[in-house]
Design a protein. Structure first.
Length: 268
């Protein structure tokens, strides 16, 4: 199929395709009533790309009873009226069988689990792993776990691994397009300093997923959040994935629901 025919064919579908053009950042401007997530093709694979706009992010793991939410439905119920202000939500970090974070977890300035730098097996322990954090002024960062510095300025944080992109370089252990293929999700920081999230719609390799963040989204640092259980809640699009039980969840709220982050409770 020629490039011209391919472009004509792809134009029939409501996706954002590139037909021979250079990789480009996803447009961040959108109508207020539009979904925060858009479909994007990259290296012949489908992804949803979700941008924050002027909203704010919270990371939630469990209710007042201490029990992990495990699903978007339970999260929605716990948010009450605030659920109407959700732009999107994704699973956000590695967890144990009960749904508790196995790495750094900070909510509303309180550290629920310390940073985990132990050696071990699995994706989480594929060094360098990293931390996605949000400061009280709303600034978001992705940093390698070895570079993480505790601060009372951090409102929310979650640890996962491996890093996908480190200072503009793909993780050194990734093959160009290795045989391990899963539906994956992750987060990076775009050239404007804004967090950008991606979830694949089919099995993709780590190498391709890392290049999506670096080459298409312009992220110099990006973190893998999970695979196989990767899930998205997009209220405008009517999407709420029901996969295996989840752990920590990253929730993006609309600007009007974004009150300043609260201070951590004083310790006795």
């Amino acid at each position: 199929m020629t490039i011209v025919m391919r472009c004509l064919t792809l134009a029939l579908f409501p996706l954002v395709f590139g037909c021979g053009e250079e990789p480009r950042p996803v447009a961040r401007e959108r109508p207020e009533t539009a979904s925060a997530c858009v479909q994007e093709m990259f290296e012949e694979s489908r992804f949803y790309i979700c941008s924050l706009g002027k909203g704010r992010i919270e990371i939630r793991t469990s209710g007042k009873d201490g029990l992990p939410y495990r699903s978007f439905a339970v999260l929605e119920a716990s948010l009450g009226e605030r659920s109407e202000q959700v732009q999107f939500a994704m699973n956000g970090g590695m967890f144990d069988k009960a749904g508790h974070a196995i790495g750094l977890s900070i909510e509303d300035g309180r550290e629920l689990h310390p940073i985990n730098v132990r050696k071990g097996l699995g994706n989480f322990h594929l060094k360098p792993n990293g931390v996605f954090l949000v400061r009280r002024d709303g600034r978001a960062e992705v940093v390698a776990s070895s570079d993480f510095k505790p601060s009372p300025d951090i409102a929310f944080a979650t640890q996962s691994g491996p890093m996908l992109v480190i200072d503009g370089q793909i993780h050194p252990t990734f093959e160009v397009d290795g045989p391990s293929r899963y539906e994956r999700n992750g987060v990076g920081i775009d050239p404007k300093g804004q967090p950008v999230f991606a979830i694949s719609q089919e099995g993709v390799s780590f190498g391709k997923f890392g290049r999506l963040f670096r080459d298409r989204l312009g992220a110099r640092n990006a973190l893998y959040l999970d695979g196989s259980v990767s899930s998205l809640w997009d209220p405008v699009a009517g999407r709420r994935d029901r996969s295996a039980p989840l752990g920590p969840m990253i929730v993006a709220f609309k600007p009007e629901a974004s009150a300043p982050y609260r201070e951590a409770p004083a310790k006795p």
